[in-house]
Design a protein around this ligand. Sequence first.
Ligand SMILES: NC(=O)c1ccc[n+]([C@@H]2O[C@H](COP(=O)([O-])OP(=O)(O)OC[C@H]3O[C@@H](n4cnc5c(N)ncnc54)[C@H](OP(=O)(O)O)[C@@H]3O)[C@@H](O)[C@H]2O)c1
Length: 328
Amino acid sequence: MKYRSFGRTGLRVSELGFGCGSVGGLLVRGDWREMVHTVERAIELGVNYFDTASIYGDGTSESNLGAALQELGAEVLVGTKVRLSTSDMGHIRDAVLESVDASLKRLRLDCVDIIHLHNPISLHRDPDRNTVGLKDLEPVTQAFQFLQEQGKVKFYGINGLGETKALHNAVEATGAHSIQMCYNLLNPSAGQTVPQSFPFQDYSQLITQASKHGMGIIAIRVLAGGALSGTIQRHPNAAKTVSPIATSTEYAQDVTRAQMFRFLVEQGYTGNLVEAAIRFAISNSAVSTALVGFSELEQLEQAAEYVAKGPLSTTPLKQIEDIWHSLS
Ligand SMILES: NC(=O)c1ccc[n+]([C@@H]2O[C@H](COP(=O)([O-])OP(=O)(O)OC[C@H]3O[C@@H](n4cnc5c(N)ncnc54)[C@H](OP(=O)(O)O)[C@@H]3O)[C@@H](O)[C@H]2O)c1
């Protein structure tokens, strides 16, 4: 496993990160022994960043991760998240502090390495989309800094989802150490230039921008929630339905679109589409860690094998770029 700098934090994170979310579902709906064994095997393979959130399985993911790490006596980097609800908006600071205390309890930790704000960010708060406005980031940041002083979190970050302009402003303004960014073959706009006709949200190189501000970059939805496997079937542990993020409106459309990249397999650049998607994510040197959501041990083994093959070479990357430029 190779390691990359995590922005200006001084942390070194594995190129492959362990997504403990509900989509892959292993840490939410999996069999306990398989969970522990997969976490153990991930550590053995060199994975050192585990990403969870208070809302994944309504706290189940944090509880399972905490219990597994305790059973294994393992010390790894753990990141979790705070999701503010509409009713929290009148007392943001207290809501953040309460949420982190509850997360630490579930995780059986005194301190988490990275705390992220989970809500998407818009210029103005929008309860219908559960976004926070730029003004809300001030009390969130104050709470995160207070938690740092208390020794309950080491670093803090934001979610790179929401309105592009607001996200660029947030990167400038918050002084955050970390950002989670949707970055995959279907929507690479956070790290690549896409044409004006591009069919999905254009994040306008947010990764590049955040990286310039010394932020660690966590790539999420590297497999577009599973659609980049090119098959519609889901693992029994996986979420039954997936809402795409910044790609098609329907998961099935993403699965169809994934076929555009089949040439990578046919021309022998990669063994399959999953390998193509994972190696594409780590081809961006500004990405610190590429998270993959796992449903089972085998998927972890495969991801580690693909990451070990390294970034894609220039020729396939150029062909991929041509595809984005042909879309409208
Ligand atoms: N900040 C945020 O708002 C946010 C949003 C989304 C995700 N995240 C983080 O990013 C992590 C990863 O995201 P995600 O789970 O949503 O999406 P993802 O990693 O893009 O996709 C996960 C899905 O990919 C499939 N998969 C994984 N390995 C595979 C393999 N080797 N072969 C075939 N299919 C494979 C699985 O589908 P099947 O189960 O159907 O096989 C799995 O459910 C999450 O766990 C979470 O930590 C953060």
